[in-house]
Design a protein around this ligand. Structure first.
Ligand code: ADP
Length: 264
């Protein structure tokens, strides 16, 4: 927007310049409002665990021999862990927004990457009473990208599938190819609670949650999908969501094939 406006101001003063300036001012106001909302959200997210930590430490200081002391310490530890996770996610987002995230671009073997992610998550999948079906073939075209960042994408999507799927459900992984466009698709699908249609467009916003209490209870920061969206943009990829409440959710990621990039 700024570039367009600067260009327009160099033109003889006219109606077009004025319209563009007006648009620029309202865009600036919107950016400022988003910044204020963001600061308010971060403060709130940090305030909640801090209140819990202060409450329990005060109780323990007043009464160190309280029979529930151990439980209180566990809760303090849990809240401190949540704060670390939030700060980690905020730093990741901030680095990506300021383009200071070092990004490699190499041929990434998706089946190998997915395998390493599912191995890490398998205790959680198992203890949540879920099954994982991995239909991704062992050999598929390499995608162009950064293996660490792409691992973070799959980690977030599979973790969410675990988080939002009731006991007995299934998470399935699949792949698709868009041959003419040299794109590789990877699907992460669950049989979980689903997302109401009106919320789907907003789930990639920072701190947007359909059910705040549920997200908090399972340790979510509300930043996972905002990070996923950024990483997909860095990769010139795209992400699609299909969801039906009470039936399940599918996230489909499209990433450019490595070979096609090299040919360009
Ligand atoms: P959170 O830490 O709350 O999970 P995310 O940014 O990862 O934050 O996701 C934002 C919101 O999108 C979640 O709070 C949840 O409401 C919804 N969501 C994400 N993934 C799923 C899923 N697989 N099934 C149902 N809802 C989901």
């Amino acid at each position: 927007v700024v570039e367009v406006t600067v260009g327009a101001l160099n033109q003889p003063i006219g109606g077009l310049g004025a319209v563009l300036v007006a648009r620029n001012v309202s865009a600036q106001k919107q950016v400022e409002r988003m910044r204020q909302d963001f600061v308010a959200n971060v403060s709130h997210e940090l305030q909640t665990p801090l209140t819990v930590i202060r409450g329990f430490t005060e109780t323990l200081l007043d009464n160190p021999d309280d029979p529930s002391a151990r439980r209180f310490l566990e809760l303090i530890h849990e809240e401190a862990t949540r704060m670390s996770r939030l700060v980690d996610d905020l730093l990741t987002l901030s680095r990506m927004e300021h383009h200071s995230m070092p990004m490699r671009r190499q041929g990434v073997d998706v089946p190998v990457l997915i395998e390493s992610v599912t191995v890490k998550l398998s205790p959680r999948i198992h203890s949540a009473g879920l099954t994982l079906e991995n239909h991704i073939p062992a050999h598929m075209p390499l995608v162009a990208g950064d293996p660490d960042l792409l691992a973070e994408v799959f980690m977030n999507l599979v973790s969410n599938a675990v988080q939002y799927t009731p006991v007995g459900g299934c998470i399935s992984l699949d792949m698709a190819l868009d041959v003419p466009n040299h794109m590789v698709g990877i699907s992460v699908k669950d049989t979980g609670i689903g997302i109401p249609a009106q919320d789907v467009p907003r789930i990639f916003e920072r701190f947007y949650r359909v059910d705040r209490a549920r997200s908090r209870a399972s340790g979510g920061t509300g930043l996972g999908l905002a990070i996923v969206k950024h990483i997909m943009e860095l990769h010139h990829g795209r992400i699609e969501v299909k969801s039906t409440v009470g039936v399940g959710t599918e996230f489909l990621l499209w990433l450019p094939e490595f070979e096609s990039e090299r040919d360009d």
